[in-house]
Design a protein around this ligand. Structure first.
Ligand SMILES: *Cc1c(COP(=O)(O)O)cnc(C)c1O
Length: 479
C-alpha cells in the first residue's frame, strides 16, 4: 500500500498542505489507504459547497430552516433506525401520535385510539401507498364479483407531480390525465368523471398543484362523484395528494372541505418536509378508517404494549424526522403553525402584488391559495422582448437566488412561467432584496439590442405572431 503514511501520524498535516488537496477526488475506485478525518471532511464539504444558499432557493418546497432546538434534537437522533421498534419502542409510539395529530387536523371520523396511517420518506412514498391501497381494495371487490382485474386505471389532472407517473409505471396502472387549459388549470370534475369506468381504482385531486400553486376543488369533485357512483353502482374513491396543502389548509382555510369531511375521500398524503416544517425526508399518509387499509399492506406488531401498524415501502429509515415533527407540533401548537403559514402567505401575497406591478409580467392567477405562485410575460411585452424568463433565472442566479423558469404541462406547454415558493425562513426583507435584484436584472435585459439565445430558440419553436399568448388577463378570482 502506497498511501500508508497515516500510521506515521500525519494528522498534524494542515488540511490544505496535504497531498490530497493536490489530487483529483476519487471517481471510480476507492483510495488505497485512509486519510485524516479533517482532510476527508474538507474534501467532501468543498465538493458540496453550495451553489445557492438553501434559503435563497425559491424553487424547492422542502424545509430549509428549523430552529436550533429542532436541529439539535434531530442531530442527536441521527443514528436511530426507525424500524428497530424493539430497541426504540418510544419512537414507534411517537410516530403513532404524529399520525393521530395529522388525522385530526384532517378531520378524521375514526374513533380508534390510534388512527390508521403511516410514516413515509416523503409524499412520493405516501402517494404510492395510497395508490396501492386503492388498487388492492378495487382488486378485492372485483374478485368478489368474479370480474377481471387486469386493467386498472386512475384519473388525475395533467398537472400531476412526477410520482404519479412512477406509480403508473411501477405498478402498471394506467394513468388517465384530464387535460389542463390556460383558463382551467385545476382538475375539472366533469371531465375527470368522463374518464372513469369500472376499472378506475381512484381519482387523485391535488392540494397545492406543483405547477401552479392552485388547489383542485375536492368538494365539487366529491359531490359529482357521489352522483356518479350512485348512478353507476361503482365505488370509486378519492385519494388527495396534499403534499403542500395538507399543512396549509387546516391552518389557513379551516372551513374549506377538502379532507375526511367529504364522503369519498378515503386517504390523504402529505409531505412532512414541506409545510410540515421538518427537514427531509418525511411524508405521511392517513386513511379514513383502518378498514380502508388492505390487510396485505398492514404489518402489525403487538409486542410494544400497543398495536402498532407498520406500513411502508422502506424497512430501515432514519427516525430523526419523527422527533422533528413531534417537536414542531409541541413547540408551535396550532396557533404557531397558523402564524408561520400566515406569514408565508402574506409574503407570497406581497410578492404577487409587486410582480403584478412590473411592466413585463402578469400573474397566472389572482388567487393565492398556497405560499407559491407563478407568472409569465405579458403577451404584448413578449412580442418585442429580447429576453425570456430563462435569462432572468440566470441573472438572478448570479445574485444567489434560485427562481425557476419552466414550461407548463402538456396542452399548455407553450407557456413559459416563473415560480416562487415561500417557506419559513423567507422574510419580507428578503422579498424586497429579491424584488430589487429582479428590477435591476430586468433593467439590464431591457438594454439588449440583440435577442438572447433562449429568445432565438423560443421563437423558432413558436413564432411570435401565430402565438398562443392570446390570453390577455390573469385568471379571475373565484367567486
Ligand atoms: C412534492 C410533491 C410530491 C412529492 O413529494 P416528496 O415529498 O418530494 O416525495 C407529490 N405530489 C405533489 C403535489 C408535490 O408537490
Amino acid at each position: 500500500m502506497k498511501d500508508s503514511k497515516f500510521r506515521k501520524g500525519d494528522a498534524q498535516t494542515a488540511v490544505y498542505s496535504s497531498d490530497e488537496m493536490l489530487r483529483p477526488s476519487p471517481v471510480d475506485r476507492i483510495p488505497d489507504g485512509p486519510t485524516t478525518p479533517q482532510i476527508a471532511y474538507q474534501m467532501v464539504k468543498d465538493e458540496t459547497y453550495a451553489q445557492t444558499e438553501p434559503r435563497l432557493n425559491l424553487a424547492t418546497f422542502v424545509t430549509t430552516y428549523m430552529d436550533e432546538y429542532a436541529t439539535k434534537l434531530m442531530n442527536e437522533a441521527i443514528n436511530i433506525n426507525y424500524i428497530d421498534e424493539t430497541e426504540y419502542p418510544r419512537i414507534a409510539v411517537m410516530n403513532a401520535k404524529c399520525i393521530n395529530i395529522i388525522a385530526n387536523l384532517w378531520n378524521t371520523p375514526e374513533q380508534a385510539k390510534y388512527k390508521c396511517g403511516a410514516l413515509a420518506i416523503g409524499s412520493s412514498e405516501a402517494c404510492m401507498l395510497g395508490g396501492v391501497a386503492a388498487w388492492l381494495r378495487w382488486k378485492k371487490r372485483r374478485q368478489e364479483q368474479n370480474k377481471p382485474t387486469d386493467k386498472p386505471n386512475f384519473v388525475i389532472s395533467a398537472g400531476f407531480q412526477v410520482v404519479w407517473e412512477k406509480f403508473a409505471q411501477l405498478w402498471q396502472i394506467e394513468m388517465r390525465q384530464v387535460p389542463l387549459t390556460i383558463d382551467k388549470t385545476t382538475l375539472d370534475p366533469e371531465e375527470a368523471l368522463k374518464m372513469c369506468d369500472e376499472n378506475t381504482i381512484c381519482i387523485v385531486p391535488i392540494q397545492g398543484v406543483t405547477w401552479t400553486g392552485l388547489n383542485d376543488d375536492v368538494q365539487e369533485l366529491d359531490k359529482a362523484l357521489d352522483d356518479f357512483n350512485k348512478h353507476s353502482g361503482l365505488e370509486i374513491p378519492i385519494h388527495v395528494d396534499a403534499a403542500s396543502g395538507g399543512f396549509i389548509l387546516p391552518f389557513i382555510q379551516p372551513d374549506l372541505k377538502w379532507d375526511f369531511r367529504l364522503k369519498w375521500v378515503l386517504s390523504i398524503s402529505t409531505s412532512g418536509h414541506k409545510f410540515g416544517l421538518v427537514y427531509p425526508g418525511l411524508g405521511w399518509i392517513v386513511w379514513k378508517d383502518a378498514k380502508y387499509l388492505p390487510k396485505e399492506m398492514n404489518f402489525s406488531v403487538n409486542y410494544l404494549g400497543a398495536d402498532i401498524t407498520q406500513v411502508g415501502l422502506n424497512f430501515s429509515r432514519p427516525a430523526a424526522q419523527i422527533l422533528g415533527q413531534y417537536y414542531q407540533f409541541i413547540r408551535l401548537g396550532f396557533e404557531g403553525y397558523r402564524e408561520i403559514q400566515k406569514n408565508s402567505m402574506q409574503i407570497t401575497q406581497y410578492l404577487h402584488d409587486q410582480i403584478a406591478k412590473m411592466k413585463p409580467f402578469i400573474n397566472y392567477s389572482e388567487d393565492v391559495v398556497n405560499p407559491l405562485f407563478i407568472w409569465y410575460m405579458k403577451p404584448a411585452y413578449n412580442k418585442t422582448a429580447k429576453w425570456t424568463l430563462y435569462d432572468l433565472q440566470d441573472k438572478l442566479k448570479q445574485n444567489g437566488w434560485m427562481v425557476p423558469a419552466y414550461t407548463l404541462p402538456e396542452n399548455i406547454e407553450s407557456y413559459v412561467v416563473m415560480r416562487i415558493v415561500v417557506r419559513q425562513g423567507f422574510s419580507r426583507d428578503m422579498a424586497d432584496m429579491l424584488l430589487n435584484d429582479m428590477k435591476s436584472a430586468i433593467a439590464d435585459l431591457e438594454k439588449l439590442t440583440y435577442p438572447t439565445p433562449t429568445r432565438v430558440a423560443m421563437e423558432k419553436k413558436t413564432p411570435v405572431d401565430s402565438h398562443v399568448f392570446d390570453h390577455t388577463g390573469s385568471r379571475k378570482k373565484k367567486k
